[in-house]
Design a protein around this ligand. Structure first.
Ligand SMILES: [Zn+2]
Ligand SMILES: [Zn+2]
Ligand SMILES: [Zn+2]
Length: 270
């Protein structure tokens, strides 16, 4: 029975795929698997009857509005923000539709450093009041710490430190009602030893894999394959993918337990 699911709202890198002004084979491809919005994901926890009990979004990407319309999301229980890079946060203004629909503020979970940077860029989105301010997003800042799990509805979420080279990023290890563990680790160049320890026993791993050639702040194909081998999940999905990667061409070269994510893909965990 499914206890937990993750839907890829976007599987692309910061500029999306296709990129503006590019005529490469992937950007001009007609294959829908090569169309990638900016990275974010929807996580749902289910009750014993199989109904959705908790829905959270990881990151409010630059394509947030389009993604939530496409996924048909009418209710959110919380927002998790991995880090403050623009591709992961600039859609934050559109959470106000959920404030209006639910007539309530929404919890926004992030590290104190990410919350502070969000306050600088989007000073008006946070509020400590208990009512919805008309026309404005209304997020309650909720600090998280790496290695200290939080509970959001039926979801247990453990924030993990990730080394993104220019800043520290946050990954998430998620379970629901004793389910197998799903881990979402994007925007990472190196996984610190303490996070490798916490990723032990992960069933389904979502991992940063930008492209084949090395990049200063993201894992390349060889680095991602090495990390998957070390964590040894049942299955792994590569995401945050750049336009150098043709979906079908890469998948054909990967072992069967490692796949390439695409927009709209839903992973289910029991
Ligand atoms: Zn990113
Ligand atoms: Zn291109
Ligand atoms: Zn980033």
């Amino acid at each position: 029975m499914v206890k937990l699911s993750l839907e890829f709202l976007g599987s692309g890198t910061s500029v999306g795929v296709p990129c503006i002004g590019c005529d490469c084979p992937v950007c001009t491809s007609t294959d829908p698997l090569n169309k990638r919005l900016r990275s974010s994901a929807l996580v749902r926890g289910y009750d014993a009857a199989g109904n959705v009990a908790t829905t959270v979004v990881i990151d409010t990407s630059a394509d947030f509005r389009q993604q939530m319309l496409r996924a048909g999301v009418r209710h959110l229980d919380a927002v998790l923000i991995s880090h403050h890079h623009a591709d992961h946060v600039v859609g934050i203004d559109d959470v106000r539709r959920y404030n209006a629909l639910q007539n309530a503020p929404l919890d926004c979970w992030a590290t104190p450093g990410t919350l502070a940077t969000l306050r600088q860029s989007f000073w008006y989105v946070f509020s400590d009041v208990d009512y919805v301010r008309w026309g404005l997003p209304c997020l309650r800042p909720r600090p998280i710490a790496h290695g200290q799990p939080i509970e959001v509805g039926c979801l247990r979420i453990e924030p993990l430190a990730l080394d993104h080279e220019v800043i520290q990023n946050t990954g998430f290890r998620i379970t629901c009602d004793g389910s197998a563990a799903l881990a979402y680790c994007l925007d990472v160049k190196r996984i610190p030893p303490e996070s490798y320890a916490r990723l032990k026993g992960t069933h389904t791993l979502v991992l940063d894999m930008l492209r084949e050639t090395p990049h200063p702040t993201h894992m390349s194909l060889s680095e991602a394959l090495e990390a998957v081998a070390r964590i040894a999940p049942q299955r792994a999905w590569f995401a945050h993918i750049a336009h150098e990667v043709d979906h079908r061409a890469l998948e054909a070269r990967l072992p069967p337990h490692i796949r390439v994510a695409y927009d709209g893909l839903v992973l289910e965990i029991s």
